[in-house]
Design a protein around this ligand. Sequence first.
Ligand code: CUA
Length: 155
Amino acid sequence: MKAERYERGFLLLSGGVLVVFLGALAYATVARGITLPTRVAEVNPNTVRKTPPFDQPGVRDLGGGRYEVVLIGQTWAYTPAEIDLPVGAQVTFKATSVDVIHGLKIEGTLVNVMLIPGQVTEVGYTFDKPGVYPMICHEYCGVLHHTMHGKVVVR
Ligand code: CUA
């Protein structure tokens, strides 16, 4: 029957689209190394600044080219606002928010996460090229959202 043939065609088309999307997912994960940030811990947003490691935000040299960056998002700034790293630094960002949901996108990198009050977000990146990488809040967080930015300086 004619209708059945069309039905089969649409089923094949739907299946094909699914395969393409799954392929894109596999490509992003395996070939591009794009993964979801992990939720590693919880932290009381009211006592973030007294809770390690957030009581000392900034860059920590872990040795062997590895670094940890502890970052706090708040309306409307990052602490620290400027992060200095050497070329080749393998960085693990540990970040959270003390008030509302903020974003952390580092231009020119794969770092693109949400900073959620009460949650610790962890994401890694290796800075292979020197340069200035703007950090931008990409979650609307109030009237001065557009002024919330910082930078990673790699030299
Ligand atoms: Cu913070 Cu928008």
